[in-house]
Write a protein that binds this ligand. Structure first.
Ligand code: PLP
Length: 495
């Protein structure tokens, strides 16, 4: 299995793609072809647990890893780290509506599904490609990636990790999770700006030659734990494959029956993993792409015009407050029949004018498989309240955006195909917004008092990792201007 860049042709194996994170032309690494699952493969996987299914998916892409290496990485990631025997259970919340719960990991958001595994994949990759060097993981986070990456990489030998988050763009719980992080190799820094500023800053530092030379002099290399890294995507393909196996196992679907996938989307990584699962033979009918008020993707799917020149809103689903969805580049690559020059041209347009459009015939292809819509904070709040009152299922603000958009989809199309909704975070990460959705009252004050109240009102348990934050001291207090991110990195690394 070989990988190429979305922006110019190359041919590398998975270890190099994972170790580098981002291609040197600024493009993203993508597989040159998609491995296929036969119906016999699916039958075999249906009988396996999550770890077994993960090994099956990973081994099709990481062909430069031994079976033993893959098994060890998977076991280390998913054994004893999740509060549920199966890391990604599928729960039927209503008729034909299945919640794929991706938040049973140590940081209570779906990022754990990939970021518990990535450090193992990355250290194995670096051992293959540039043994003895230190990998410096740079992360821009809209809230959940930061903590999940910190948890995954803290005190991992041969790595250092630096996380940038928007000072006023994450929930109180998300901030506390990051600022209390322990570990000798970690740094956490707020920036005066939004997530897009943080992501652009990190991307610029990646392609900064001067910085690269400084690191090289100290035997260090940058890599990424954002979903631009293929090592993040491949573990995400697993849970879509696994959800199909679970639907077969429970008799909700028969072999080959189609299902829809609904994803609350920000950087487009999660939904892209579903696209990759379909490319491998999983029978997904429609990809329902749900956005919050930052609905740049909704407009793109409906008009073919991607335009980030618009107001940026802070919402109750902060992990989706994004106007530049990096992984869309990988979809554009597929839609343009792997024409890297076309993709490079579109990305150049995005960089210079903040805008691009795709031709009508390409848009028609996109619309055959994609439905895009959005939900504002009030609609998400109603979805939380309604789902809880009618079905006794409590979901977080991001998942609520997906539920609300799914309801719009069903109302518009009448399509009753069984649908899997990616449930991306524990409601307790966003307790004030979830509680006020249920009570209809504004809610503020001590975060942990709100957490307790939410638990009492809904008779649900507070996840242990979040309850445990109450007594922890804040270790990371720095906030810098976005222009000063590189300086912060140099200071921390001593280069
Ligand atoms: C990151 C995140 C998303 C968005 O996922 P993308 O892969 O960036 O599209 C949605 N919900 C939650 C809770 C997240 O943490």
């Amino acid at each position: 299995m070989f990988f190429t860049s979305t922006r110019s042709k190359c041919s590398i194996q998975s270890a190099e793609a994972i170790a580098k994170g981002l291609a040197s032309d600024g493009g993203l690494f993508v597989p040159q072809e998609f491995p296929q699952f036969s119906s016999e493969d699916i039958d075999r996987m249906t009988a396996m647990d999550y770890r077994g299914r993960a090994v099956e998916v990973l081994s099709r892409y990481l062909t430069d890893f031994t079976a033993d290496e893959i098994r060890k990485c998977v076991d280390a990631a998913y054994t004893g780290k999740f509060d549920n025997e199966e890391p990604a259970p599928l729960v039927e919340a209503a008729e034909n509506m299945f919640m794929l719960e991706l938040w049973h990991g140590p940081t209570c958001a779906f990022k754990d599904m990939a970021l518990q595994l990535l450090p193992h994949l990355l250290t194995a990759s670096v051992a293959k490609t540039s043994s003895g060097r230190t990998t410096v993981i740079l992360v821009a986070t809209s809230g959940d990636t930061g903590k999940a990456a910190l948890d995954g990489f803290a005190d991992v030998p041969g790595t250092r990790i630096i996380v940038f988050y928007p000072q006023n763009g994450v929930s109180a719980m998300q901030k506390l999770q990051m600022t209390t992080q322990q570990g000798n190799n970690v740094a956490v820094c707020a920036i005066n700006g939004n997530f897009d500023n943080a992501q652009t800053g990190v991307k610029n530092i990646f392609s900064d030659k001067e910085m690269a030379a400084k690191l090289d002099a100290h035997a260090m290399d940058f890599s990424s734990a954002n979903s631009i890294n293929f090592g993040r995507l491949v573990p995400q393909i697993v849970y879509y494959v696994s959800s199909y196996c679970d639907l077969l196992k429970s008799g909700k679907l028969k072999s080959g029956d189609k299902f829809n996938v609904v994803v609350p989307t920000g950087n487009f990584g999660n939904i892209l993993a579903a696209v990759y699962a379909k490319k491998m033979g999983i029978p997904i009918k429609t990809f329902i792409c749900a956005s919050n008020r930052n609905n740049v993707l909704t407009d793109f799917i409906n008009t073919g015009v991607y335009d980030r020149n618009r107001e940026f809103f802070t919402t109750t689903s902060p992990s989706m407050d994004i106007l530049i969805s990096s992984n869309l580049e990988r979809l554009l690559y597929l839609l343009s029949d792997c024409d890297c020059e076309k993709v490079a041209a579109l990305m150049e347009e995005l960089k210079t004018s903040g805008k691009y459009s795709i031709p009508q015939e390409v848009l028609s292809v996109l619309q055959q498989e994609f439905y895009g819509n959005c939900a504002c904070d009030e609609e998400a709040a109603s979805a939380i309240c309604e789902l809880f009152e009618k079905n006794g299922y409590l979901c977080d603000t991001h998942t609520a955006v997906a539920v609300s958009v799914y309801n719009k989809y069903v109302a518009e199309t009448g399509d009753r195909t069984p649908s899997v909704i990616a449930s991306t975070a524990s409601p307790y990460k966003f307790s004030p917004a979830v509680l006020s959705a249920l009570t209809g009252k504004e809610c503020s004050g001590d975060e942990f008092a709100v957490v307790e109240e939410l638990s009492r009102l809904t008779s649900t348990d507070i996840p242990a990792p979040l309850a445990g934050l109450a007594g922890k001291s804040v270790l990371h207090k720095t906030c810098v201007e976005k222009e000063d991110m590189a300086q912060f990195i140099s200071d921390f690394l001593g280069v």
